[in-house]
Design a binder for this molecule. Structure first.
Ligand code: M6R
Length: 607
């Protein structure tokens, strides 16, 4: 939520910040703003409701500056207005923020800031507080340290002082910030996508340290002023990976990147045909010793977790519970040092998943996280991290991250089966062989089904409601399919366990209502088909997804989409692509911006 960037260096700061904001826009896109300290040491401030493109139109290109900050907002406190857009000013302080200051109201009252506040945001109080201390101590670092000491909540701040030329000060608690320094100058941003055009070497700003960017370099200190050595990280991807590469939308590009992302994630973790987590230093003794598994995640990552549960329980008879991260803390979890907790997150910054991780560790559980963004908060705080190698996922709708999360869960499950003697090495090799083949089934849907799905989507685009039904694993796929459709097409979509429909929801089925019925599990195929007949008999427009070679009679389906003949455990891979394409092309037919759906942001860093 919210993307922030700060720069000090030899380049013109305005264009640097603007292009960084374009890369960060997927994090929030209600409004955007920028502040520059000009060559003549004046403040140039511009903020505007709407996308970064709207801000760009407002910027005066004649302003010369080498130091500035920029923000793209996802509103939490205060409506979407120019005034509430960041940066916020108080006296000599110009500040932008990602996070939530939970005690802003108390501070406002305590310091009497309400009278001078111009916005309705929680952020302004932080600017006021820093200015309050700056007026007393005249030292930027001290003023920031004294102010943040009083703040509760989460924050990543970039701060300018109008009488301190050329410097950007940064500090964070919970909310992410990464920093880099290279020939062109010093940069700080919410994530690496804004910096990758300049360097692939960066560090994650440690919490409660103070970073100062200057034209000539940067300094990192603890809150007492002692120097801190940053831990540098490197990524192998480049600026092209974070651009559209000829595709009309990031989402489509990311859908088509799945075979590659799958290979990058799976292949290096197979040795002698067996899953191998020696790189991640995950000992077999850990995989042998737990009593149960608890998977915790949000949104698409949660639905990936549900697939993992099916595999672990059905094939391994291992008890697994899946929890929505935002509920986990408030429904006190029964876990202890015999519980293995798996946190799944693309961004590694989702606040509810991070809080769940911290609670799980407090309760004595060992945590393995499955994360895409290197060095993210969840990755850093987990006992073990398995990185997925999806590359940057820019579209708000998660696609390739889901695919690789599932593939990691499959590898991990297979290693658990091996370590616990649930499967013999030969059986595990066969399983891993099937997993390796999943890439072909993903590619085959991309090559052979996209056109059919595009035509179908044109029909779906006219509907107000849709249902996704399935049993067992097909039900878990349905949930992800419905989420994908609703988040980018704004069609009300619900996933239902096929057999549960007749306990209430079937009353909503009427002439022409689309029902996406997923029937890829051989053992329950006929049961699902009975439920399909029930909705068809009530007038539903049935889109049936089956394995190849299943003859679907017209009396129970209107359109059939076939996926390759693979073992039941592996249908998730081609099915995911079908459901993603269906959502993508429906949003396309409706003319929506599926990369930046309304009200959403890529990474949810507020509760
Ligand atoms: O970064 P995370 O994987 O923790 O994010 C979790 C969800 O916010 C995310 O999957 C969300 O549901 C996507 N928009 C779904 O497409």
């Amino acid at each position: 939520m919210c993307g922030i960037i700060g720069y000090s260096g030899n380049l013109e700061a305005g264009p640097v910040i603007l292009s960084g904001l374009k890369q960060l826009e997927y994090r929030g896109y209600d409004s955007a703003g920028m502040a520059l300290l000009t060559e003549s040491n004046e403040l140039y401030l511009v903020k505007k409701v709407g996308r970064v493109a709207a801000l760009e139109k407002e910027i005066d290109p004649s302003i010369l500056s080498h130091c500035g900050i920029g923000h793209t907002r996802w509103a939490t406190h205060g409506g979407v207005t120019d005034t509430n857009a960041h940066p916020h000013c108080a006296g000599k302080v110009v500040l932008l923020h990602n996070g939530i200051i939970e005690n802003y109201h108390t501070l406002q009252k305590q310091f009497g800031f309400a009278q001078t506040a111009v916005s309705q945001t929680d952020t302004e109080v932080a600017a006021q507080l820093i200015d309050y201390y700056y007026n007393r101590c005249k030292n930027p670092q001290q003023a920031i340290c004294r102010a943040v000491d009083l703040l509760e909540g989460s924050y990543a701040f970039c701060i300018l002082f109008t009488d301190v030329p050329g410097k950007v000060f940064c500090i964070r608690s919970v909310s992410p910030l990464v920093a880099a320094s290279c020939e062109q100058g010093c940069f700080v941003a919410s994530d690496l996508t804004a910096l990758i055009a300049y360097t692939n070497r960066y560090f994650v700003l440690p919490e409660h340290t103070l970073l100062c960017l200057d034209r000539t370099g940067m300094t990192l200190t603890d809150l007492q002023g002692n120097p801190v050595d940053p831990d540098y990280l490197e990524v192998s991807w480049n600026i092209e990976s974070a651009q559209k590469g000829g595709y009309p939308h990031y989402m489509l590009k990311e859908i088509y990147e799945q075979p590659e992302a799958f290979n990058r994630t799976v292949t290096p973790r197979i040795r002698n045909g067996l899953p191998d987590f020696s790189e991640e230093k995950i000992p077999d003794s850990l995989l042998q010793s737990f009593d149960k598994i608890r998977i915790v995640a949000c949104g698409t990552a949660l639905y990936a977790g549900m697939i993992g549960r099916s595999l672990l329980e059905r094939k391994g008879k291992i008890p697994v519970e899946v929890s929505i991260a935002s509920e986990f803390r408030y429904d006190p979890p029964v876990i202890d040092d015999k519980t293995l907790v798996l946190i799944i997150s693309q961004s590694g910054e989702t606040i509810d998943s991070l809080a769940a991780l911290r609670l799980a560790k407090q309760l004595g559980a060992t945590v393995i996280s499955v994360i895409n963004v290197k060095g993210s908060s969840i990755a850093r705080e987990s006992d073990y991290v398995i990185y997925t190698h999806a590359g940057p996922e820019i579209s708000v709708a998660s696609t390739k991250a889901y695919m690789v999360q599932i593939s990691v869960l499959y590898l991990l499950a297979a290693r658990i089966f091996l370590a616990r003697g649930i499967l013999t090495p030969e059986e595990v090799r066969t399983f891993i062989g099937n997993l390796g083949n999943a890439e072909k089934s993903i590619s085959s849907v991309l090559e052979q089904r996209a056109e059919q799905i595009r035509h179908l989507a044109e029909k779906l685009a006219h509907c107000a409601h849709a249902f996704y039904i399935g049993r067992g694993m097909d039900y878990a796929f349905s949930m992800e399919g419905a989420l994908k459709l609703k988040e980018i097409t704004y069609i009300h979509a619900e996933a239902y366990a096929a057999g549960e429909l007749k306990h209430g929801t079937i009353s909503l089925i009427e002439e022409g209502i689309p029902v996406v019925a997923i029937a890829t599990q051989d053992s329950i195929f006929n049961k699902t088909i009975s439920n399909v007949r029930e909705v068809k008999a009530r007038g539903a427009f049935v889109i049936l997804i089956t394995k190849e070679g299943v003859h679907a009679a017209e009396d129970f389906c209107d359109i059939q989409i076939e996926i390759p003949q693979v073992d039941d455990f592996f249908t998730v891979f081609p099915i995911a692509v079908v459901l993603q394409l269906l959502a993508y092309y429906t949003a396309y037919a409706k003319g929506y911006d599926m990369d930046k759906p309304r009200n959403l942001a890529k990474s949810v860093t507020v509760e």
